[in-house]
Structures are given as C-alpha cells and as structure tokens.
Design a protein around this ligand. Structure first.
Ligand code: DX5
Ligand code: ZN
Length: 219
C-alpha cells in the first residue's frame, strides 16, 4: 500500500511569516501545500485570495492543493491555473454543472478535486467518480480551522473506497478537518490517501516534527 500524503493547511500559518511557514513545509516530509480559499458566501468566513496564493506559490516547492470554498468556482479556473495550482478542488454543493466544471479544470491543465460537506452523500458522485482525481471529504463543516473531527467520516471513507473500486477509478481520498496524530492511523486504515492538517501542525511547538509524526503514525 502506498504511503499516505500529508498536506499542511496554510490557513493555520502565521500570515506575518508566510514565507517562513511555506519554507517549513518545503523542508518537511509533507507532500502538498493545502491552500484554503473562502469567499464569505459559500462559507461564513473569508480567508485569502489571489495575491496571497501568488505569494505562497512564489516560495512553495511542492504541489499546490487548492481547496475552493466559493460559489460559482468556474469563474476562477483559469486564474488558479495561472497561479500554479496542481490540484483544484471545488465543492459539490457549489457546482450546478459539476461534470462541466471538472472537464474545465482538466482542460486548464490541473487535477480535478471535488469536496463534500459532512451532509453530502458519497453516492452523489457515482456518475462522475471516473472524472475525479481527488475526493476531499470534509471531516468538519468548512469555513474554520480548529474544529472537532466528525466521526461519521469513517463511514464515508469506506463508502467512497467501495465506489472507487466498483467503478475502477484511480481517485485519491483526502480528509480535511480535525486531523491529528490521534486519528491519522484510523483514517489511513479506513482508506484515506491524503490527510490535511492545519492547527495540529502550525499550533504545535515544532511543526516540522509534527508533520513527520503524522506521516509516521499513519504509515
Ligand atoms: C476548513 C479547511 C481546512 C482547515 C483545517 O474549512 O478546509 O483545510 O484548514 O484545519 P484543521 O486541521 O485545524 O481542522
Ligand atoms: Zn481545506
């Protein structure tokens, strides 16, 4: 079985020392930089937009995993491609024409991700799973870091894994929200391929070691 990927969420970084925190991720065993863009409409919070993503991209050496928590994300697909996103994830709940959106993301040269809110059933992806590179299962309600992990996530991971196997898809399963060393192994065992962690990494006394700890306890 392949090694789990760790994607530290820069939402929990120190924005006054953003370059330092991005370089910390560069120099760690992390796999992706997770970048949360929120519009204050789809979610009740505003995080940061293009100028900050551009600043992150200027220093990042690992793939940029951009998680859009915005309505009508099609408007910005080209912009995020130009900014250097490798994976562009949109929310199922924010897309009226999800199939079209996925094709547009791929046509722009990126991998296509779909995020599901905690209430959104895995089965809704049945007809598009072969078009999705990454499914991001929200294990908290999107909008804020530092929330408690929702236990029903394990059931969703198993259902998604079954769907992926049934359809012969090569989709990765990414878990976002409330991830720590206390649930990393159980998430990997349930079928997760990528773990996003914000507060657990950046609020720790040694983020580089915490990323290593997450990876080691999951593998
Ligand atoms: C929440 C974001 C997450 C957030 C996770 O809406 O999508 O990526 O940064 O933060 P933690 O790991 O603190 O739950
Ligand atoms: Zn996220």
């Amino acid at each position: 079985m392949s090694n789990i990927k760790i994607a530290p969420s820069l939402l929990a970084a120190d924005f006054g020392n953003l370059q330092r925190d991005v370089e910390m991720v560069n120099n760690s065993v992390a796999d992706w930089h997770h970048i949360d863009v929120m519009d204050g409409v789809f979610v009740p919070n505003i995080s940061y937009g293009m100028p900050v993503v551009k600043a992150i991209a200027a220093h990042a050496t690992k793939p940029l995993d951009v998680h859009l928590m915005i309505i009508d994300p099609d408007r910005y697909i080209q912009t995020f491609a130009k900014l250097g996103a490798e994976i562009l994830t949109v929310h199922y709940e924010a897309c009226t024409h999800l199939h079209r959106t996925l094709q547009a993301i791929k046509a722009a040269g990126m991998k296509a991700g779909v995020a599901l809110n905690p209430h959104t059933n895995i089965n809704l992806l049945e007809d598009v799973i072969n078009d999705i590179d990454v499914v991001l299962i929200m294990s908290v309600n999107p909008g804020f870091g530092g929330q408690s992990f929702i236990e029903n996530t394990y059931t969703k991971i198993k259902a998604l894994k079954e769907l992926i196997v049934k359809k012969g898809a090569s989709t990765l399963i990414e878990i976002d929200g409330g991830v720590s060393s206390s649930n990393a192994k159980a998430l990997k065992d349930a079928g997760a391929d990528v773990l996003v962690a914000g507060s657990f990494v950046f609020k720790s006394s040694n983020p580089t070691e915490t990323i290593k700890e997450l990876k080691n306890c999951a593998n």
